[in-house]
Design a protein around this ligand. Structure first.
Ligand code: SMO
Length: 726
């Protein structure tokens, strides 16, 4: 039975303003009687052999080192690239730090200020020492015959693209609260994946997962940074168990810069081969990704994603892709909105533009000539593009941006000496594999209590779940109580990652709602003496020809269903971004004048929130392209605050004009695909192409992120000095 309402038919509920007006309940808002505050003692440099001298700690502060904490296990790593995943060292090793900022001990104290002061007082002596790092992860995948393609190719272009290392910087920093319970622990923390966090921490502590409850209250943004726990969460949990005292740690911004999972930092290089008609024949790509000094659960995901996504939306018969992720002595690199998708798109779209320039083709037309037209498409690394209409995407992008006049306008302005450019980028967004779980039950007052593994980080998932439930069951939204992000609400689940909440999470919810509706009808049918098929759900209860059983009455029965939905195939969203830019002659400052985005996320559940995702992701993409960059020097982080690390502000954002097309995903009952990462994937590539286009008259090539004024100005100056350019 297909009960899913079509997009646009849904009730609209909105408590998003709750967060804007300060009604959120974040981890740092929660306190308990007797709770103590934690601050971490961190390595002053790394790699180093560490000696800790507590000295005279203030009254009310207690130091806990590795000797005081029982952490017998390790944090497991997801071996997505195949083979054996590199393994982590234990979260806390006595006497060793692989990176500056690594937590080596903790202080528990009666106030946060006291804990922080005491942590600063602890003397940590660091002796230069070799500290072993996780070994690299590698892979190589191929399909078709690249050497044969090379032999017949008429045109060959090369490109290399590099991503600065980024600080994900959600508005709410990391935080965690650990409360001892009679048989284990209750953890309250901002996490995208409560069930995964429960299991990882249970393994590290060597206690059964069933004895840990993980609860995510409101989460102030996550972006992948809060996907999985690191040493701090494990140490906090171990300390709460050791002290049998509730403990809370709230990171500050500089601490997050230093020690929270970082992002990107990868580079790609390779070659695209074309025949005499401008058809793509072959692609060779070499992918390199940093991992940091320890591995987050998903450390290998960007490497895997970048490789399996290539060649993006294009049809290329011969592929030769290899890559390597290597460890280093800085903070761990995790997944970050896009997680390999932006890397694949930037490299591929740069190559396509280089090819267009070399053969004198229109960038949009060259793309149109090479896109995938028939689905599904099977590729290397088990990638399988399920659906899409890439021609319609390009047509919509051309219409939305008024491409022809955009190009004509650029040429006219160029004639007056302005450095203006237009860039286009296509991309695909694989939207997750595996399963998700939902539970629907009738509460004691007849309220419909819904939980789902897909969590809410401020993007409004809870309200989407509420409205969807109300629509499917044909009850008022006010009757629906939503519980997300709590392992106590349902035994199994995963979380909000990898654009999976719509294509995998919402089908789980739909199936659970259908099961619930059937159970409610069956129960009501017994009371009414009618057949279940003839009954209908409604605002008051379940109605038949002879009467109605009210929800409150049905609540006397234990109607409680759980459904785990397993995705048969991965849904692949897709899109096009167009950027129009101007580069200042004298300063190299890049101004993005406008952004156009066309997305195909399949059937949209909430078009307004889908657009909002694209706007937010585009801001992050613009930040990566133009200004964001973590700088390390001699083992130290130089960009430890927002004084040194530039985030885009409202004034940096151009108008974003967004349009959706809807090609339903054929393999899930919602028809939905992911869109949460889209803006971050297409926009950086469109901006990089636009800036190259703007500087093409000067002969500038090979710009890399971030496109800061000084870097762009240097490239312009070098090109002006070059004898090759008149
Ligand atoms: S980068 Mo996402 O939270 O999988």
């Amino acid at each position: 039975m297909d009960m899913a309402p079509k997009s646009g038919e849904r009730q609209r509920t909105d408590d998003g303003d709750r967060l804007l007006i300060g009604r959120g309940r974040f981890t740092s808002d929660i306190s308990l009687a007797g709770m103590q505050h934690v601050a971490f003692v961190r390595a002053p440099s790394g790699p180093a052999a560490i000696t800790i001298e507590a000295g005279d700690l203030p009254t009310g502060a207690k130091l806990l080192t590795a000797a005081d904490l029982s952490i017998p296990g390790r944090l497991a790593v997801n071996a997505v690239t195949g083979g054996t995943a590199p393994t982590n060292a234990p979260p806390l090793i006595d006497g060793i730090a692989a990176a500056s900022g690594q937590p080596v001990a903790l202080i528990a104290a009666t106030t946060r200020a006291l804990a922080q002061d005491a942590a600063a007082e602890v003397f940590v002596d660091a002796d230069d020492a070799g500290v072993p790092l996780p070994r690299p992860a590698t892979y190589a995948w191929s399909s078709g015959d690249f050497a044969a393609a090379e032999a017949v190719a008429v045109t060959s272009v090369t490109a290399s693209t590099r991503h600065a290392r980024l600080a994900p910087s959600p508005m709410e920093p990391r935080a965690a609260m650990a409360i001892p319970t009679p048989d284990g622990l209750h953890l309250i923390l901002p996490t995208q994946a409560p069930w995964r966090t429960r299991d990882l921490i249970a393994d590290a502590l060597g206690i059964p997962a069933a004895n840990i409850r993980v609860e995510a209250p409101d989460v102030g943004g996550a972006f992948g940074m809060k996907a999985s726990p690191l040493a701090e969460e494990v140490m906090l949990a171990a300390a709460a168990l050791a002290l049998q005292t509730p403990l809370r740690w709230v990171s500050d911004r500089s601490e997050d810069f230093l020690a929270a999972p970082q992002a990107r930092g990868g580079s790609l290089e390779g070659t695209l081969l074309l025949d005499s008609n401008g058809r793509f024949l072959g692609l060779r790509a070499r992918v390199a990704m940093p991992m940091g000094h320890m591995l987050t659960r998903s450390a290998l995901v960007p490497l895997w994603n970048a490789a399996r996504i290539l060649p993006g939306p294009y049809s290329i018969p011969a592929m030769d892709v290899a890559g390597e992720a290597t460890a280093d002595h800085f903070a761990p690199v995790g997944i970050y909105r896009g997680a390999g998708r932006p890397e694949a798109a930037l490299f591929m779209e740069r190559l396509v533009d280089c090819a267009a320039a070399k053969i004198g083709a229109d960038p949009l037309e060259l793309r149109r000539a090479n896109i995938v037209r028939h689905f599904p498409v099977r590729r290397h690394a088990d990638a399988r593009l399920d659906s899409g209409d890439y021609r319609a995407l390009l047509d919509a992008a051309a219409n939305l941006s008024v491409w022809d006049s955009l190009i004509a306008g650029r040429d006219q302005e160029r004639g007056t000496g302005k450095l203006v450019g237009v860039g286009i980028a296509m991309f695909v967004e694989p939207s997750g594999q595996g399963s998700e779980t939902a539970r629907v039950r009738l509460g004691e007052n007849g309220e419909i209590v819904v939980s789902l593994g897909s969590t809410d980080q401020g993007q409004g998932r809870a309200e989407v779940v509420r409205a969807f439930t109300a629509d499917v069951l044909k009850v008022p939204a006010a009757r629906v109580a939503v519980r997300l992000g709590d392992t106590d609400a349902q035994h199994d689940g995963l979380g909000a990652l990898a654009s999976r909440s719509t294509p995998i999470g919402m089908p789980a919810l739909l199936k659970a709602l259908e099961d619930f509706a059937n159970a409610a009808r069956t129960t009501a049918a017994r009371e009414l003496g009618e057949t279940a098929d003839a009954l209908v759900l409604g605002p008051g209860g379940v109605a038949g020809a002879t009467g109605m059983v009210y929800w409150a009455r049905l609540a006397e029965h234990n109607i409680d269903v759980t459904h785990t939905y397993e995705a048969a195939h991965e849904a692949w969203g897709s899109g096009v971004a167009v950027a129009s830019v101007e580069v200042d002659h004298d300063t190299g400052t890049v101004t993005v004048r406008s952004l156009f985005a066309v997305d195909d996320a399949g059937t949209l559940i909430d078009p307004r929130r889908a657009s909002a995702q694209v706007v937010g992701g585009s801001a992050q993409g613009l930040g990566e392209a133009l200004m964001e960059q973590l700088v390390h020097d001699d083992g130290e982080l130089l960009t430890g605050s927002f004084m040194d690390y530039a985030m885009p502000r409202a004034e940096d954002m151009p108008p974003i004009i967004h349009h959706s097309i809807e090609t339903p995903a054929p393999d899930n009952p919602i028809g939905g695909k992911g869109i949460g990462e889209a803006g971050c994937i297409g926009v950086p590539a469109a901006i990089l192409n636009a800036v190259h286009d703007a500087l093409a008259p000067l002969g500038v090539t090979d710009l890399t992120f971030p496109l800061t004024p000084s870097r762009v100005w240097d490239a312009m100056s070098a090109a002006r000095r070059s004898p090759d350019v008149s």
